[in-house]
Design a protein around this ligand. Structure first.
Ligand code: HEC
Ligand code: HEC
Length: 193
């Protein structure tokens, strides 16, 4: 009995330490203090603000007209509303067959802002409360982050045209990186405020 306990101590110590270390690294990588001027998270090789979408069917069907938006950008209730109204989707018909609709709805809701611990997702969910908007770009969270950008740099800019085109300015959008220090507005260049 005694012998077993003693030989196991180094292993237990090792496991506890690795678990604690990886937890604290994750906590730093996913931190979202609103005025992040850098901090430890920026020293890590990959910063994830919104975990990029990775479901093949979702990428194919919902990435056809625009960026396949990260599921953590909106709460589950929003995704339900969006998926229930695809026949009139912002003026377009984006309807899918029932099986694909169900699969994509399950994927989006399982990884939604109010179900995901990753990156900014929990912050977006908290800021929304019970609201279920159809657009992230109309949320207070988004408007607060983008209020310093003059609309002419977006709407009158042929290379952008809409705030919904995240990847036009956020060069790391495909990797889930929306770091304010890595923004390049087409025709304007690096954003420095
Ligand atoms: C036929 C083209 C088309 C397809 C396919 C399509 N969308 Fe869209 N989507 C649009 C348009 C157009 C807009 C409005 C963009 C704008 O205002 O610039 C939009 C906007 C959105 C927005 C709001 C973005 C914002 O402003 O925050 C979400 C969310 C969205 N789509 C989700 C989806 C999902 C989920 C699917 C797959 C089921 C999908 N879209 C498939 C055309 C499409
Ligand atoms: C016209 C260019 C442009 C578009 C389009 C755009 N953004 Fe941004 N975004 C910016 C700029 C510039 C900032 C930094 C603002 C500041 O520092 O005042 C920013 C900041 C952010 C931040 C905060 C980053 C930080 O480090 O605090 C997030 C999150 C974000 N954007 C997400 C998005 C998402 C998601 C989309 C698409 C739905 C989007 N943005 C579309 C230009 C854009």
């Amino acid at each position: 009995m005694n012998k077993i306990r003693i030989t196991n101590i180094p292993l237990i110590l090792f496991l506890t330490l690795t678990a604690a270390l990886s937890l604290s690294l994750q906590a730093c990588a996913y931190e979202d203090d609103d005025d992040d001027e850098g901090g430890f998270s920026r020293l890590l090789p990959v910063r994830v603000d919104f975990r990029p979408a990775d479901d093949p069917q979702y990428l194919e069907e919902c990435g056809a007209c625009h960026l396949a938006y990260p599921p953590g950008m909106l709460p589950a209730a929003s995704w339900h509303r969006i998926m229930a109204g695809l026949d009139d989707h912002f003026g377009e018909n984006a309807e899918l067959d029932a099986q694909t609709t169900r699969h994509i709805t399950d994927y989006l809701t399982a990884n939604a802002a109010d179900r995901s611990p990753i990156g900014r997702a929990p912050h977006v969910a908290r800021s929304l409360g019970v609201d279920a908007p159809l657009r992230f770009t109309e949320t207070r969270y988004f408007l607060r982050k983008h209020h310093e950008i003059p609309p002419r740099l977006v709407l009158d800019n042929p290379d952008v045209g809409s705030f919904s085109r995240c990847e036009a300015c956020h060069v790391g959008a495909e990797r889930g990186n929306y770091d304010e220090h890595q923004v390049r507005i087409p025709g304007v260049g690096r954003w420095d405020d």
